[in-house]
Design a protein around this ligand. Structure first.
Ligand code: PMV
Length: 291
């Protein structure tokens, strides 16, 4: 028995430390952005929804519909406060919202394990070799520490500090960036190992509430990601600007080659001042996130 409408929602995420290295088995830390959400609404259609490999939403809808052995006579509507392709996990959030909407539409119960499995399948279309970090964090209301293939744990901390998230306005290219690192072959190994070590130091800094130490490892991670070739000129410029304006640390976040940067500051007031400055210098949007 189907309903006339199916609705699903998800929040987004950001990677604090460990992007790219996580693909190779090093740890990564990501935090949920619960205020940034995607809602998918499905209604009946007399036309069949057609697969579009470049579209994570349609891919996720069809993955879920085919799991339920239904025919996709559906049309969709999406409302989102997550900017697309900016390294904030929009493809994972969209996939989770879409799969929830499909199960709601067909009145089927959905376990978290199945939701995660179907979203991971859809994410493979968005970029070939996803670590699973995005989906896991979009499913969580706590920060996630993940080692691919080994498992994850949730992290609790309260640094009393703030992250300024600044959007370069340039589409991030996760698939291309992941391929670029792969193409480096063994030359990437020492850099990936350094990123892994920096993530472990970040975990330690979080556990003792040391924002200065966290800032330092964030900036060090940005330098490594830049050397790996996955940053971009505008991200580098916004990172440099953040540091010049007193940020404790700053780095790109997510797949890169565009997308967003994150800068750590101690107080909300400093965050507001920095966000304004970054917008004056070309960031197309900024958000504040308490850490
Ligand atoms: O660009 P995003 O938000 O999808 O993040 C990609 C993170 C990578 O580590 C580069 C890839 C992955 O699967 O974890």
């Amino acid at each position: 028995m189907t309903k006339k409408v199916g609705i699903g929602q998800s929040h987004s995420k950001l990677i604090l430390m460990g992007e790219h290295a996580v693909v190779y088995g090093y740890p990564a830390i990501a935090i949920p952005l619960t205020a940034m959400t995607v809602t998918c609404r499905l209604t009946p259609s007399d036309k069949v929804l057609v697969r579009s490999p470049q579209d994570p939403l349609v891919t996720a809808i069809l993955t879920a519909v085919s799991h339920l052995k239904q025919s996709p006579y559906l049309t969709y509507d999406i409302s989102s406060s997550v900017p697309e392709r900016r390294g904030l996990g929009s493809s994972a959030a969209v996939a989770l919202a879409a799969i929830r909407a499909v199960f709601d539409y067909y009145n089927q119960s959905l376990t978290e394990a199945l939701l995660e499995r179907l979203a991971h399948k859809a994410e493979k279309v968005a970029h070939a070799n996803p670590s699973g970090l995005d989906v896991k964090t979009c499913l969580s209301d706590k920060a996630i520490h993940l080692v691919k293939g080994q498992g994850f744990s949730t992290l609790s901390f309260d640094l009393g500090a703030y992250l300024v998230i600044a959007d370069t306005g340039i589409h991030g290219q996760t698939r291309e960036a992941v391929a670029k690192v792969k193409a480096l072959g063994h030359l990437a190994n020492p850099h990936l190992a350094t990123l892994g070590e920096l993530t472990s130091q970040a975990e330690e800094a979080l556990s003792v509430g040391n924002a200065t130490a966290l800032g330092n490892v964030m900036t060090a991670a940005h330098d490594v990601l830049r050397v790996l070739g996955v940053s971009c000129e505008k991200s580098d410029r916004l990172v440099t600007l953040s540091l010049a304006h007193g940020a404790l640390g700053s780095k790109m976040t997510g797949g890169g080659l565009g997308g967003c940067i994150i800068s750590l500051v101690q107080t909300k007031q400093e965050a507001e001042v920095l966000a304004k400055r970054l917008e004056e210098e070309g960031a197309v949007h900024t958000w504040l996130q308490k850490l």
